[in-house]
Design a protein around this ligand. Structure first.
Ligand code: C2E
Ligand code: CA
Ligand code: CA
Length: 429
């Protein structure tokens, strides 16, 4: 028994049926060539015991290869008339006596394999016109299989990049300080994953790719495991990122069970909508009962975070960078932040703004009632040793000496070095 046919395979099978019946031959098949082997991917045959879907043979000694090499013509009405063909194994087992083979070429010009029909008796009626029909059908087959081929190679490419990260037990993880806006004291840090810089991909993209090939949960949990190891080295809380889907896995429950949760803030992002809030709440319950706090991430970014907040009663809401950066100069953002602060406080949540790049924004956010802040103004993500002192923005003269330049660029570049020390990793945008 071959594998279950995909929808694309079914469509190709229709084309093969057309080829087989139009040419009056016993079998038609689509083969994939990888340089070494010929794989019979889809087979339509009246002699099923001879041609099996999923079978493999050596590419080098196949009729198709001899035809691709020009050693045999694409249309062979009588195999016995060609000594080259008679010398190949296919001339004896199975005893093929007539054969037509045309290449299947993908849109980038690469050879995928061949579209073939064969008979167990010679057939003088096979002509060039039959080849033309086969060419048309082969082209149609190429169009049908191309998306699957592209997806498979994309998958293989992602897999080859991510596997070493998984083997190394997860990505590198950096910490970014989170401060009390009123006092400038650091209260916690968010753990952020870093992937090899040469990928040129932001961590959220890397996680999305991992999810697309089924290893997203694993990767998220490895990152959490790595981030949790910092709990012993740093003071304050450590914020860990997790997607709702991953949170629902048994592995996540098992991992959270092992962590000192009183110092953990779990940041739930919502790049995909949550289907089942009851299940999400149930998954969070044991950890929250043990003191873990919950944050809803990216609030204000669009999506459905207000619903998240209403339905999960988080201890923290994190305002998205898109409504934070530039807030001091934008009355609409200010109004939005003010009402989200009111809403957050009304839900008894602490409000944290992320993406604070300038002192002006920090001051505005404090005025608007935001409790805590995170951003390049206070420190870039870096190793735990760089989670140094932070600074008050209400700056008394006494504290002015330790405060960084008001220029976010300077504050940022100092800590950017910290980020770069973990190279090769993805730098911040
Ligand atoms: P996020 O959770 O919203 O993380 C905040 C992002 O804002 C981080 O980007 C951080 O480096 C960046 N950021 C912080 N302050 C500033 C600032 O002042 N200016 C600017 N321009 N950016 C700032 P990053 O590290 O590239 O991460 C992007 C996203 O990738 C995260 O967004 C999160 O959704 C995801 N992510 C990162 N690490 C992990 C992880 O370990 N697990 C999971 N599940 N997701 C992760
Ligand atoms: Ca986050
Ligand atoms: Ca965020």
């Amino acid at each position: 028994m071959g594998k279950q046919r995909s929808q694309a395979d079914e469509q190709v099978a229709d084309l093969l049926q057309t080829a087989k019946s139009s040419l009056g031959l016993s079998v038609a098949f689509l083969s994939r060539l990888d340089g070494t082997s010929q794989f019979l991917e889809v087979v339509e045959s009246s002699v099923p015991f001879l041609f099996k879907e999923g079978a493999t043979q050596r590419q080098e000694t196949s009729f198709c290869q001899a035809i691709l090499d020009g050693k045999l013509p694409p249309v062979i009405p009588d195999v016995k008339a060609f000594p080259v063909a008679m010398a190949l194994p296919a001339a004896t087992l199975p005893r093929i006596r007539s054969y037509v083979s045309v290449p299947v070429v993908l849109s980038d010009g690469s050879l995928y394999g061949t579209f073939c029909a064969a008979g167990l008796t010679s057939d003088k009626g096979l002509t060039k016109r039959d080849k033309s029909l086969m060419d048309v059908l082969a082209h149609a087959a190429a169009v049908i299989i191309e998306p699957g081929v592209v997806a498979a190679s994309r998958r293989a490419e992602i897999e080859s990049r991510l596997q070493p990260i998984i083997d190394a037990e997860g990505p590198a993880v950096v910490l970014q300080p989170i401060v009390d806006l009123a006092t400038g004291t650091r209260v916690g840090a968010e753990a952020l994953s870093r992937f090899p810089a040469e990928w040129g991909k932001a961590p959220d993209v890397c996680f999305a790719e991992a999810h697309s090939i089924g290893v997203g949960h694993l990767l998220e949990l490895l990152a959490i495991e790595r981030a949790a190891a910092f709990l012993e080295q740093v003071s304050g809380y450590v914020a860990l990122n997790i997607s709702p889907d991953t949170l629902l896995t048994a592995e996540a429950a098992e991992l959270l069970d092992r962590l000192p949760l009183e110092r953990v803030l779990l940041e739930l992002s919502e790049h995909a909508p949550v289907e089942d809030y009851a299940a999400l709440k149930a998954a969070l319950e044991p950890a929250r009962a043990r003191g873990m706090r919950l944050a809803i991430d990216d609030v204000g970014a669009g999506f459905s975070s207000l619903r998240h907040i209403v339905l999960t009663s988080p201890e923290v809401i994190k305002l998205d960078r898109s409504i934070v950066a530039g807030v001091s100069a934008d009355p609409v953002f200010r109004t939005l932040v003010r009402s989200l602060v009111e809403f957050g406080h009304g839900c008894d949540a602490v409000v944290v703004a992320e993406g604070i790049e300038t002192r002006a924004d920090a001051e505005t956010l404090l005025e608007l009632g935001v409790d805590h802040g995170q951003g390049w103004y206070y420190g870039r993500p870096g190793g735990p040793e760089h989670l140094s002192e932070c600074w008050p923005i209400t700056g008394s003269p006494a504290s002015a000496g330790t405060a960084p330049s008001q220029d976010a660029g300077v504050a940022g570049s100092r800590d950017a070095e910290a980020d770069e020390q973990l190279a090769p990793t993805y730098g911040n945008s």
